[in-house]
Ligand binder design. Structure first.
Ligand SMILES: Nc1nc2c(c(=O)[nH]1)N[C@H]1C(S)=C(S)[C@@H](COP(=O)(O)O)O[C@H]1N2
Ligand SMILES: [Mo]
Length: 238
């Protein structure tokens, strides 16, 4: 994209193209960069694949009705207990192969558009639960971080030492959320507060709770995920 083309973007068009709301740009006050810098980055080539996934979102999975929600069915699963997180000091770090690394407070994340969905959570241990999740789409966060051309994976680190990796297409699926609400209430700490993954396209063990860091990479490390490294399937799609 050339200079002339780039300069044709108005602020409003840029928000539309990037999928970001004006509110999202308040985030640039958190020590990253200003609006002018961010617009300048539009001239940088994005990976066709990442770009395509962002600009042409994948088809959503059909959702359930509010009357289908099973409030008691979601069983807490932790491999080593619930970590203690100071929500005031909490930051979500987004780093790796990105042009705009992020460090976001919950207030900044909650100022971004809220997406709500009612989906089935499926655990390989033989139970499932229809749950309503509310939060920010991971796509919104990844777009804000401006991934580099070669990004293919997203790594998630959790406060309890849990770790996961996802393919970028699944991470950019329109129903893959970083959730901070469950069944219309603030997310309980046992279910992953302040922020957890929730998605109808992956098994339960892919859905990291207490996420503190998202690292975008072009390669898959030998450490793929807490359960995967003990023999569970990596892609784990539903
Ligand atoms: N950080 C972290 N995330 C995790 C786990 C965990 O032990 N630690 N367990 C996973 C598994 S196997 C499942 S089924 C779901 C359960 O989510 P819930 O405890 O909210 O029901 O969390 C997933 N995410
Ligand atoms: Mo699970």
């Amino acid at each position: 994209m050339g200079l002339i083309r780039r300069n044709q973007f108005t602020r409003r068009q840029f928000f539309q193209i990037s999928g970001l709301s004006g509110v999202g740009f308040l985030l640039s006050g958190c020590g990253t960069q200003g609006f002018e810098d961010l617009v300048g980055k539009l001239s940088e080539p994005l990976n066709q694949k990442v770009e395509e996934l962002i600009f042409n979102p994948q088809k959503p999975v059909p959702e359930f009705l509010p009357s289908d929600i099973q409030p008691e069915a979601l069983i807490v699963n932790t491999f080593r207990g619930t970590p203690i997180i100071d929500q005031e000091k909490y930051r979500l770090i987004v780093d790796g192969e990105v042009n705009n690394p992020l460090s976001l407070s919950m207030a900044e994340i909650q100022a971004l558009p809220l997406t709500s969905m009612i989906i089935r959570h499926v655990c390989v241990e033989g139970w499932a639960a229809i749950v309503q999740w509310g939060g920010i789409t991971l796509q919104e966060i990844i777009t804000l971080a401006r991934p580099k051309a070669n990004v293919k994976y997203a790594y998630f680190k959790s406060a309890d030492g849990y770790y996961e990796s996802w393919d970028i297409a699944s991470a950019l699926h329109p129903q893959t959320l970083l959730a901070y609400q469950k069944n219309g209430e603030p997310l309980p700490v046992d279910n992953g507060a302040p922020l957890r993954l929730a998605s109808p396209i992956k098994l339960g063990y892919k859905q990291s709770k207490w996420v503190t860091r998202i690292t975008l990479t072009s390669y898959l490390s030998p450490f793929k995920g807490y359960w995967e490294d003990q023999g569970y399937e990596w892609f784990a799609g539903i």
